[in-house]
Design a protein around this ligand. Structure first.
Ligand code: NDP
Length: 279
């Protein structure tokens, strides 16, 4: 009997990654024989580590912070969405030995927002806080859903302006500094800053969220993040974190690697139930 196919997530830090758990549940559910591990890989060791992984029989990799731009540079071929995002979160070894790069973050977010949570994008006014790799990955798929406008607000204003300029051909998007959003009003606010990871929240002015609006933190944690708590405190219709996006982007990578689509709803339900359990 041949050994199970090997997959892994590379990142730094990686200790708290939920990806091995999620892919393990997908494999069990779909009857696929595979292993999936989490490896702590620093940027300087990324390229040799990827080469070693694939030369030793690895079939596919996820890449997370801070390796997505390096994965973009390393891939031999790229999907259109990875090329637009200039970042790769999924690498797949092809039959001919080449390495294909994809970015499943955007489609993962859209599936969670529109299919799992029933949040409409079309005609809505969106605010994205942060202008890093995650924002780069979600702008094009969000614009495809025809929002009225997307405003990208970032601590470093120049990065928000740059992103807005780059994505303007795809739809109405503008950029500004975090200090420029006072007096504005949005139907959906997405937190794509890394602030939640350190338990922080960028300063947000009163009246930012429209009545009946929703708040979505791309970050996720065992307890509600500061941004999720902020959404609840300002009366958001829904205020949730990015665990659903994490499961959906993983499902899309699983499809690319295995050609089988796992059911995501039971996996999201299980992870949420575990978070609500005491201890
Ligand atoms: P990057 O490091 O590329 O970008 C971080 C962004 O956060 C920058 O815009 C940065 O601003 C801003 N930022 C960092 N700290 C603060 C702060 N204290 N106050 C205000 N702004 C701050 O990270 P990513 O874009 O890759 O990731 C962003 C978030 O999205 C992370 O929390 C990550 O976990 C999450 N994510 C979740 C996914 C999921 O599946 N749920 C998938 C991908 C990402 P500046 O430019 O000024 O430095």
């Amino acid at each position: 009997m041949s050994p199970p196919d090997r997959y892994a997530v590379f990142g730094h830090p990686i200790r708290h990654s939920q990806s091995p758990r999620i892919h393990g549940l997908f494999a069990e559910q779909t009857g696929q024989a595979l292993t999936y591990t989490a490896e702590d890989v620093e940027p300087g060791a990324f390229e040799p580590s990827v080469k070693q992984f694939f030369s030793e029989g690895g079939r596919g990799l996820n890449c997370t912070v801070p390796l997505k731009e390096l994965a973009f540079q390393l891939a031999d071929t790229l999907s259109d969405r990875a090329r637009l995002a200039k970042a790769v979160n999924t690498l797949a070894l092809r039959e001919d030995g080449s390495v294909h790069g994809d970015n499943t973050d955007g489609v993962g977010l859209l599936r969670d927002l529109t299919e799992n949570l029933g949040i409409a994008i079309s005609g809505q006014r969106l605010l994205i806080l942060g202008a890093g790799g995650a924002t780069r990955g979600i702008l094009a798929p969000l614009l495809e859903h025809r929002p009225a406008r997307i405003t990208v607000a970032n601590r470093t204003t120049a990065k928000a302006l740059q992103l807005a300029q780059e994505f303007q051909p795809l739809g109405p998007v503008d950029g500004c500094g975090l200090e420029d959003i006072a007096g504005l009003n949005f139907d959906l606010i997405l937190n794509a800053t890394a602030a939640s990871l350190s338990g922080e929240l960028p300063p947000l002015p009163a009246g930012l969220l429209a009545t009946g609006g929703c708040a979505y933190d791309l970050a996720y944690a065992r307890a509600p993040t500061p941004f999720v708590r902020w959404g609840i405190s300002v009366g958001a219709r829904l205020s949730v974190d990015g665990i659903g996006m994490l499961v959906e982007q993983a499902a899309e990578a699983f499809v690319l690697w295995r050609g089988v689509r796992p059911h995501t709803a039971p996996v999201i339900a299980l992870l949420n139930a575990e978070r609500q359990a005491p201890g």
